[in-house]
Design a protein. Structure first.
Length: 354
């Protein structure tokens, strides 16, 4: 074995007595090389421990083997876990991932922030990625600026863009749609089966598609079971623990007899904030108010109480997103609709398990 001496494809070709293109075919595992030549070339590759440069390959094939992932807030466990799954499956396909964290939450708190998602789209083009996955952000709003759609269309005209979200009229990108309502009805049925009559919903931001879909699904499930809903028991705000805390504080201003006996939280973070507010007010979950989350995050079973949550199968979403993007980068623009059934993980916070 040779000592750490770098060798080029040209030198491998010269030592093997073949052309550079023949070496390239061996490196790319092409079948159009005779076994005898392949063995001779592979022997030189192994002798010098040659590793092909991804960048050099990209120059030849006009690819970078990089994909861009744009999301609104990496500190949100939903996006963090989804990104990890995407990164895992991308690596299995020999693609590196570049994260573009648009920090839309921080911009909402600081209105003078000027670096918009449209600015990130322009940045993505400069980074020469082979394709882009967009996970949430502006695309999830019910009212999307025309300029944003135009920026996405411009990006998609250069490289494939897959959006994990609902189809938007006028947007030419590829969409990977999933049922945003799925699983909420199962929570309602579970709580009704436990004897709850007054059920509320907390968390989620108004004007965001997933919030509207889940609240609507909650209302539909309650109506189907002929159960009334008190409007004051529905409090939307945002997706974080402080929002759950504030929502619970508002509810606790009601008379004790008017409080909901159970709540559906947008996600585990909102649920944790609500439970903290209950404890600060001398109430207990689930003894006084049961809570179930629509989105399970990591370590939810280590909370006190352990959270009853919907497992949305992020590993499946991540795998399908990468598969569709790679297909699009290879010239296939087939639309994929995600059909998965979230699993209700029954733990302590709903009162059914101790």
């Amino acid at each position: 074995m040779k000592e750490n001496k770098k060798i080029t494809i040209s030198e491998i070709a010269e030592k093997s007595g073949v052309s550079v293109s023949t070496v390239s075919r061996v490196l790319n595992n092409s079948p159009s090389v005779s076994p005898k030549k392949r063995e001779r070339i592979q022997q030189i590759i192994d002798e010098y421990q040659y590793t092909p440069s991804v960048y050099a390959r990209g120059m030849i094939h006009h690819t970078s083997k990089n994909i861009g992932i744009m999301l609104p807030d990496i500190t949100n466990p939903y996006f963090a876990s989804l990104f990890v799954e995407i990164q895992r499956f991308a690596l299995k396909s020999n693609y590196a991932t570049l994260l573009f964290n648009t920090m839309s939450v921080q911009k909402k708190a600081h209105d003078n922030a000027s670096f918009s998602e449209e600015s990130y789209i322009r940045m993505i083009l400069e980074k020469q990625v082979d394709g882009v996955l967009i996970l949430g952000g502006v695309i999830d709003r019910e009212d999307i600026p025309d300029s944003y759609i135009q920026a996405l269309n411009q990006l998609h005209s250069r490289i494939p863009v897959i959006i994990l979200g609902t189809m938007i009229e006028g947007c030419q990108c590829l969409f990977m749609e999933r049922n945003l309502k799925q699983g909420v009805a199962s929570i309602v049925h579970h709580l009704i089966a436990l004897g709850h009559e007054r059920i509320g919903f907390i968390g989620g931001e108004q004007g965001i598609r997933i919030t509207s879909a889940r609240v609507e699904s909650f209302k539909q499930a309650m109506a189907a079971l002929d159960k009334p809903i008190a409007q004051e028991h529905i409090i939307t705000s945002d997706y974080y623990a402080p929002d759950g805390y504030e929502a619970m504080e508002k509810l606790l201003q009601l008379e004790r007899s008017q409080l909901p006996t159970a709540l559906i939280a947008m996600n585990d973070m909102v649920a944790i904030g609500a439970i903290r507010a209950m404890q600060d007010s001398g109430l207990k979950c689930p003894d006084d108010i049961a809570i179930v989350s629509c989105d399970q995050f990591e370590q939810s079973e280590y909370n006190i109480p352990r959270l009853t949550s919907l497992d949305q199968h992020n590993e499946y979403l991540g795998r399908m997103a990468v598969m569709q993007l790679i297909s699009a980068m290879n010239g296939s623009a087939e639309k994929i609709s995600i059909q998965h059934t979230p699993r209700l993980m029954i733990r302590e916070s709903c009162g059914a398990k101790s």
